[in-house]
Design a protein. Structure first.
Length: 343
C-alpha cells in the first residue's frame, strides 16, 4: 500500500539553505551576465558617478528594474554609493568594463551560452564518447579563452620566448593557437623589429582583427589562412604552437614535419600542451577536479614520450622543457631548435 500523505500536516520549511543558496547564486550570476550584455558597467565607467535615474536613462533599463539591479550590485560590491549616486567599484572597473585590458566579462557570458559544455554536463558525465571537445568554437568562447590567458599564461610564455638566446636576432614569428593573437602581440611589444603572422581560426578571426587594431599592430602582424599540416608558404625564426594539437593526435607526425619545414635553421620551436597524467585528485577539491577530469578527456596529448620523439625525428630537437600553471592543471612547455644546437 502507498502511504497516504497529508499535505496540510507537512511542516513549514521557510528556509532550505542548500536549495536557496544555490538558487541565489545562480540568479546573481545571471543578473551580472545580463548587465554585461547590456553594457551597464561600460556606461557607468564612461559617465562616472550617476543617480539611478541617470543610469536607467543611459542604459535604457526601466527605472523599476534599475533600482533593485543597482541594489543587488551594491550588495555584491560591484558598484559603490556616494550619497544618491553610484559608480563602478575598482574591481568591476578592471574586469567588467570592456575597454579594460584586464576585462573578464566574456568568460562569464560564455559560461551560459547554449554551446557551453556546462549546459550539457549530463551528456559529458554519462555519454562522453559522443563529444569531441570541452571548448566549443564560437566567437564568445574564443574571447573567453583570450581573457583566461591574460591571467598569467600570456606573460609566462612570452617571458620564456624572450629568454631564448636567439631572440634578439629573430625577425619573424608565427603563432598557431586559438587565434586571438595575443602571444604575438606581447612578443612584438618587447621586440620592436619582429614581424609576425597568426594562423587564423574561424571562431576568432574577428577578435584577432580587433586585437591588431587595439594594440596598433597593423604594420607588424599579418593574419594568415591555412590549417595544421598544410601551412601556407613562409619561413619563421620562431614558431609557437599552443593548445591546438589535441584533435589531430593521429596526424602529429605530418603536422610537426610541416611546422619544421616552415622553421628557419637554428630557429625556435616552442609548444604548450597538456598531457595525460594519472589522476592525483582525492575528490576533495570537488568542482575543480570534476572540470579538470572532463576537460582533459578531450584536451590532452596521450603520449608525451611519443610526442617528444616525433618532434626530434622531424628536426625540432627538444633542448628544454618546463611546466606552467594553467586553469586546467600543469601545462608543459617544449623548446626545440631546427638544428638541435640548443639555446
Amino acid at each position: 500500500m502507498t502511504e497516504e500523505i497529508d499535505l496540510i500536516k507537512l511542516p513549514e520549511l521557510p528556509v532550505i539553505e542548500v536549495v536557496d543558496d544555490l538558487i541565489q547564486v545562480y540568479k546573481e550570476f545571471m543578473v551580472i551576465r545580463a548587465a554585461l550584455q547590456l553594457k551597464v558597467f561600460d556606461w557607468m565607467a564612461e559617465n562616472g558617478s550617476a543617480t539611478i535615474e541617470d543610469i536607467s536613462k543611459g542604459t535604457k533599463i526601466p527605472i523599476e528594474y534599475m533600482a533593485p539591479l543597482i541594489g543587488m550590485l551594491f550588495y555584491l560590491d560591484i558598484v559603490r554609493r556616494s550619497g544618491e549616486k553610484y559608480l563602478v567599484s575598482p574591481s568591476a572597473n578592471l574586469h567588467f568594463v570592456t575597454n579594460s585590458r584586464y576585462y573578464q566579462g566574456d568568460i562569464i557570458m560564455a559560461l551560459a551560452e547554449p554551446e557551453s559544455p556546462w549546459n550539457d554536463l549530463k551528456t559529458y558525465l554519462t555519454s562522453g564518447e559522443t563529444k569531441t571537445t570541452f571548448d566549443q568554437e564560437t566567437p564568445l568562447m574564443g574571447a573567453s579563452h583570450a581573457e583566461q590567458e591574460i591571467r598569467g599564461m600570456l606573460k609566462n610564455i612570452t617571458t620564456v620566448i624572450s629568454r631564448w638566446a636567439g631572440f634578439k636576432d629573430a625577425k619573424s614569428f608565427l603563432e598557431i593557437s586559438s587565434g586571438h593573437g595575443l602571444y604575438t602581440m606581447a612578443t612584438c611589444q618587447i621586440h620592436p623589429d619582429l614581424k609576425a603572422s597568426v594562423l587564423e581560426q574561424p571562431a576568432s578571426s574577428e577578435l584577432l582583427q580587433q586585437n591588431i587594431t587595439r594594440y596598433e599592430m597593423k604594420d607588424r602582424i599579418t593574419p594568415i589562412k591555412g590549417k595544421l599540416g598544410s601551412l601556407p608558404e613562409g619561413k619563421y625564426d620562431i614558431i609557437l604552437v599552443s593548445h591546438v594539437l589535441y584533435a589531430d593526435q593521429n596526424r602529429l607526425d605530418a603536422i610537426l614535419k610541416d611546422i619544421s619545414a616552415h622553421l628557419n635553421e637554428g630557429g625556435l620551436f616552442i609548444s604548450n600542451n597538456w598531457f595525460i597524467r594519472e589522476s592525483e585528485g582525492t575528490g576533495m577539491q570537488g568542482l575543480y577536479e570534476l572540470e579538470l577530469g572532463i576537460h582533459n578527456k578531450y584536451h590532452a596529448i596521450k603520449d608525451r614520450e611519443g610526442y617528444e620523439k616525433n618532434c626530434n625525428e622531424n628536426g625540432l630537437v627538444i633542448f628544454q622543457t618546463g611546466v606552467l600553471r594553467s586553469a586546467y592543471g600543469e601545462s608543459t612547455i617544449h623548446m626545440g631548435t631546427k638544428t638541435g644546437s640548443g639555446a
